[in-house]
Design a protein around this ligand. Sequence first.
Ligand SMILES: [Mn+2]
Length: 339
Amino acid sequence: MKTSQKTSQKSRQKSPRRSAAPPVRARAAKAAAAHEPGHEVDLFGVPMDLGGARRGTDMGPSAIRIAGIEEKLEHLGYDVVDGGDIHVESRETTKVGDATARYSREIARCCDQLRRKVHASVAKGHRPVVLGGDHSVAMGSVAGVAEHFRSRGESIGLIWVDAHGDMNSPATSPTGNVHGMPLGVLLGYGTSELVKLGGFAPKVKPEHTALIGIRDLDSGEKDLIKKSGALVFTMKEVDQFGMSEVARRALERVTYGTAGFHLSVDLDGVDPMVAPGVATAVNGGLNFRETHLLMELAADSKKMLSMDVVELNPVLDTRNRTAEFAVGLVLSAFGRRIL
Ligand SMILES: [Mn+2]
């Protein structure tokens, strides 16, 4: 199973390359694509591992770049600019601070920088793709996208792919690790320096939010998830209804009454058989095709504004396999088709 999945992924990624159009035609396709808004993609890396317990997610952006994200998106017809990395202080040079929201000061500073960059990108009609980093970076990316549409009187939707709820608060978190809190923060709950990022809260409304792949919740966080009113598809619903139906319902939820949606992919939402290079692996996750189908249907909706891929931990990966899978997901979300 593992081998065949890997092979099919490779052949899907490489076959267009072998039959690559001559450079002139490629340039023409790119020029034509450039007239449509959203055909410019800006990459931002956030080498952040302050939000989690295990070291190594700070190497995520590098591993995703090594897996070829820029050239593969260009091959799909996008104009891609890599905006480089946000500077993140390391644990060696930063104070833990509040033990119930560890490193929250430095995390807030980095997320605020990311917010500015993402905002500027979206304001130009580009689509930002944020490379994490632990999931705390999504507080910056979603804030930046939300800020732009808020200035036009519009809301955004949010799809949150994850094994976890990421809705802890300093009061409920068993660890004080901020990567277990970002969705709660975006919905307006938690540490005020994070909630108030960009000077407004919440960043998204629960009626525009859908979680997919959930299978590991802390007891204190369950209450907030239920109370929040966000739409939750645990693995039970994925098994029961199938990803096609789950994606349909989620997309309806995040596009109804919004300008579009942000897609936040925590790689731990995917089964560890497919994506082993994550710090907090939980068995029984989304399989290879379920995850790709969700991305493909997100692309079909033509409403995806921005995306992040987070929690890649190259230290725990096998020959960069999870990074290559992550790049494949980005390509599917940006419209790569089998046929
Ligand atoms: Mn997460």
